[in-house]
Design a protein around this ligand. Structure first.
Ligand code: FES
Length: 87
């Protein structure tokens, strides 16, 4: 599990192993977060990351996009890291 801080919302959400960031955030804090494929190829769930080390698991984003964003349906924090999102 790892922590995701929602900078603008002012909340933190724990993402358990086996649960996507998208699902955890929708269930715990932001039920209207957009998504579609949940498989890392449509880009609908892309969010800006402000801090933390991202383990990217999509096939869509460019290296430039990965510098400050992630697809929250598939990507996670690297072990030992949390994430701070612009949400
Ligand atoms: Fe399609 Fe995340 S919902 S890439």
């Amino acid at each position: 599990a790892f922590e995701v801080e929602l900078r603008r919302t002012g909340r933190s959400v724990t993402v358990p192993a086996g649960t996507s960031v998208l699902r955890a955030l929708r269930e715990e804090a932001l039920p209207d977060l957009p998504y579609s494929c949940e498989q890392g190829f449509c880009g609908t769930c892309q969010q800006r990351v402000l801090a933390g080390e991202v383990a990217h698991r999509d096939e869509l984003l460019t290296d430039a996009e990965r510098a400050d964003s992630l697809l929250i349906c598939v990507s996670r924090a690297k072990p030992g890291s949390g994430l701070v999102l612009d949400l």
